[in-house]
Design a protein around this ligand. Structure first.
Ligand code: ATP
Ligand code: MG
Length: 572
């Protein structure tokens, strides 16, 4: 099969050779980058902030550039150290201890980052929540984690059912007004009164650091438990996959409520001492391009849904801005459609590098390594230090091009250490000895590139043929009228399942029977007759998670008139 290839661009050519590093790399080498290599004791927040704040070269370097439509602030590593120290003391002063769960429920503002780092500095386990979560989502997570402290804002407080959460003793309010009842604290007042010097809680590398709930694409979100040791991989993938260099200005568009917003919105850049841009407020193409132009962003990590929306907004918007600072662009969260990659080449003159990983894996495992050819539609190859394979349900490795379970050899540094209070669920991932079973289905080609097909449950069997929904969706978004597409298998007495596509249209296109027929014919001619959707339904918007993933299970439930299940992570 002839595959499209995008060559390595000159700008990236100073990275280590993939083949060589994949053969020789050992995680022990990455550990040497940290001060704890000698002591054996560790704290990821110390390594991310204080280590730089204590160095002459980086103490006055910008760590955080924050902006939203009303606020613009900059913080050096030294200032980040001071702020997070103060917050660590705030928590200690009210009695929060090592191992306690501290949750953060607020918009992406600088206070979120001070709280996050401060809590980790005193050994607490941090749980970040999307600001858009409604009461049920907040309750589920605070109940399951038995959080003792919550940092939030007065505006979000009504969504916290405090009286029904017996473990929750302390509420710290950012922007509190007037007298506060017992157990409530004014963030700014406490920060002011707290000492800027903090005694860091030195941890074992296997001590807990994060409790991250999954996106809820396939069902009820799981509480994924990560330990300080994960920072080794956050650091190393930052260096190699994100290709961080000293003068980079990096922008990760993900909210810390999703694992990308912590592993790559906090740890990877700061462990590498890189300037990190955080943009608050809502998505709009103009706003995003302005952010790149204004701060001269060099490395940009986003998601397919965002790239698809930018593509649908058209090429003319791009031309209004100077995006020439961009050096490296990456994507994660969903399969990246080849059409999006082609468009990225055209309008940004950049290859968009797909990366694959999960909340459970803690960090990137498979990627289009910058010094590697890209095959659009493939998520790339395992990063050095990681071994991936396609296996059947008995653990046999399958030959190239055969679809099966995407599995990873255990362990790797950032692997989850538990599903909170659910050991049975945790065991399911490791049911085949020596392997982690991802729950995604994929195949590998003869050069070791992995090709995502769909979630295991989403693979469609129609007329005896396996069809991955991703292939059909990617063909659909190539059609000029289609902005986004979600494809499901619908039970059919004759064919087992038929393919049904839910499609949202680009601006300027009207739904019609003719358009349906045209789109169907397009897929039939460009992909395969058996892969063409027999049914197409137009939707203004597709159901998506807060992290921007199309929720196919919701489309399926709507279609079949079944209960939709847990919707706590769905967008409005
Ligand atoms: P839940 O586990 O609650 O159903 P989720 O799996 O969407 O939600 P995350 O951990 O945020 O939660 O997402 C990981 C999943 O996202 C992967 O298992 C995979 O299905 C998908 N994914 C991530 N990156 C890619 C990628 N580059 N290509 C294809 N799919 C991807
Ligand atoms: Mg998952």
């Amino acid at each position: 099969m002839e595959t499209e290839r995008l060559a390595v661009t000159v700008k990236e050519s100073n990275l280590p050779d993939y083949e060589k590093t994949a053969r020789e790399f050992d995680w022990k080498e990455a550990e040497k980058a940290f001060s704890w290599y000698e002591t054996g004791k560790v704290n990821a927040a110390y390594e991310a902030i204080d280590r730089h704040a204590e160095s002459e070269e980086r103490k006055n370097k910008l760590a955080l550039i924050y902006s939203d439509p009303n606020r613009e602030e900059r913080y050096t590593f030294a200032e980040m150290k001071e702020k997070s120290n103060r917050f660590g003391n705030v928590l200690r002063n009210i009695g929060v201890q090592k191992g306690d769960r501290v949750f953060i429920f607020m918009p992406r503002i600088p206070e979120l980052y001070f709280s996050f780092l401060g809590a980790i500095k005193i050994g607490a386990i941090v749980g970040p929540l999307f600001e858009a979560f409604m009461e049920a989502a907040v309750r589920d997570r605070l109940e399951n984690s038995e959080a003792v402290a919550l940092v939030t804002t007065p505006a979000l407080l009504p969504r916290v059912p405090v009286d029904e959460l017996p473990a929750l003793k302390h509420i710290i309010l950012v922007g509190a007004q007037g007298e506060l009842p017992e157990g409530y604290y004014d963030f700014y007042k406490e920060m002011e009164n707290a000492s800027p010097d903090l005694e860091i809680e030195w941890m074992d590398r296997e001590d807990g650091m994060l409790l991250h709930y999954t996106s809820g694409s396939t069902g009820k979100p799981k509480g994924v438990y990560h330990v300080h040791n994960a920072m080794i991989q956050h650091y190393q993938t930052g260096k190699w996959v994100l290709d961080f260099k000293e003068d980079d200005v990096y922008w990760c568009t993900a909210d810390p409520g999703w694992v990308t917003g912590t592993s790559y919105g906090i740890f990877a850049p700061w462990l590498n001492g890189v300037t990190n841009v955080v943009r608050g407020g809502r998505f709009s193409p103009d706003d995003w391009y302005q952010t790149i132009e204004k701060y001269k962003v060099t490395v940009w990590y986003s998601a397919p849904t965002a790239f698809r929306m930018l593509m649908a907004a058209g090429d003319d918007v791009v031309k209004k801005y100077d995006l020439s600072s961009l050096r490296h662009v990456l994507s994660v969260g969903e399969p990246l459609n080849p059409e999006v990659i082609r468009w990225g080449m055209k309008v940004y003159n950049q290859r968009i590098h797909d990366t694959w990983w999960m909340t459970e894996t803690g960090a990137i495992l498979i990627a289009n390594y910058p010094s590697m050819e890209i095959k659009p539609g493939s998520m790339g190859r395992p990063i050095p230090g990681v071994q991936a394979a396609i296996i059947d349900d008995d653990g046999n490795e399958l030959p190239p091009y055969q679809m099966g379970n995407l599995a990873i050899r255990t362990p790797w540094p950032s692997m989850m250490r538990a599903i909170w209070k659910n050991p049975e669920k945790y065991q399911e991932y490791f049911r085949i000895p020596g392997w982690y079973i991802s729950g995604d289905s994929a195949y590998m080609d003869e050069e070791g590139y992995f090709w995502f097909q769909g979630r295991l449950d989403d693979v469609i069997v129609t007329g005896g043929k396996n069809v991955g929904p991703f292939e059909v969706e990617s063909k659909l978004v190539e059609h000029p009228a289609v902005a986004e597409a979600g494809v499901i298998g619908k039970p059919d007495p004759v064919r087992g399942q038929i393919i049904k596509a839910f499609v949202s249209l680009r601006a300027g296109y009207q739904p019609s029977e003719e358009l349906k027929e045209e789109i169907r014919t397009y897929v039939k001619e460009k992909l395969a007759a058996h892969a063409a959707p027999r049914e197409i339904e137009f939707k203004d918007k597709l159901p998506k998670t807060r992290s921007g993933k199309i929720m196919r299970r919701v489309l399926k439930a709507w279609e079949l008139g079944l209960p939709t299940g847990d919707l706590s992570t769905m967008e409005d």
